[in-house]
Write a protein that binds this ligand. Structure first.
Ligand code: HPA
Ligand code: MG
Length: 224
């Protein structure tokens, strides 16, 4: 019998309203700024644990995790932690090195044209390595395509991409992401290290920002 492994993602439908805020705890200072708890922290954690198992199954004995900052930091920490726990419990350790890269392409909730790689542009330590790019969110895939192209120039042995969230947008980049946590509608979401102009990284749940929140933390385009 064919026992194909169903790797997901968990698909969140367009009409999913999220959970009422009163049902969860969250930082009080955001109570006007979010509409609902879209994906509770506990659900995120369970899904990340599952993704860690897929990674364990696909990679040999060593891995370089390339964390895309800043939005990917919580996903990366939790994923690496689960990889370690699974190793301890199964005696199959994946030697894990963690590196960081910082990209910037968003102002307010809009993608800006060019991709900026801030921080380590020289990724020559990736040569010959099995690499897992860890990114919080992939939508059109423009950023990810540019990053993959950059990474490939350093001739790694293999590159895979883990995206906690993939957004259902026109020309969605489905096949770019090997491990997907959740496929979500085209909403701007915050929390679990995802920001809106640097706010909401201290929120554990993934939430939909409210109109008030968008206004309150809006920034003007600056040239600096
Ligand atoms: N939230 C936060 N940052 C993002 C998003 C989002 O929905 N999409 C791309 N960057
Ligand atoms: Mg951001």
């Amino acid at each position: 019998m064919d026992t194909a492994v169903i790797k997901g993602p968990i698909v969140i439908p367009d009409d999913w309203p999220g959970y009422s805020l009163e049902l969860f705890s969250y930082p009080e200072h955001y109570h006007e700024d979010i509409d609902s708890v879209y994906i509770p922290h506990g659900v995120i954690m369970n899904r990340v644990e599952r993704l860690a198992r897929y990674v364990m199954d696909d990679f040999g004995d060593s891995i370089v995790v390339l964390c895309v900052l800043k939005g990917g930091y919580k996903f990366c920490v939790d994923l690496v932690e689960f990889i370690k726990v699974l190793g301890r419990n199964s005696n199959k350790y994946l030697e894990t090195r963690v590196e960081f890269i910082r990209l910037k392409s968003y102002l307010n909730d809009q993608s800006t044209e060019e991709l900026q790689i801030i921080g380590s542009r020289d990724l020559s330590f990736l040569r010959g390595k099995s690499v897992l790019i860890v990114e919080a969110i992939v939508d059109t895939g423009k950023t990810m395509k540019a990053l993959l192209k950059h990474v490939e120039t350093f001739e790694p042995k293999m590159v895979k991409v883990a995206g906690l969230l993939v957004k259902r947008v026109p020309n969605m980049a489905e096949d770019l992401t090997d491990y997907v946590g959740f496929e979500i509608p085209n909403h701007f979401v915050v929390g679990y290290a995802l920001d809106y102009n640097e706010y909401f990284r201290d929120l554990n749940h993934i939430c939909v920002i409210s109109k008030i929140g968008k206004m309150k933390y809006k920034q003007e385009q600056s040239n600096g």
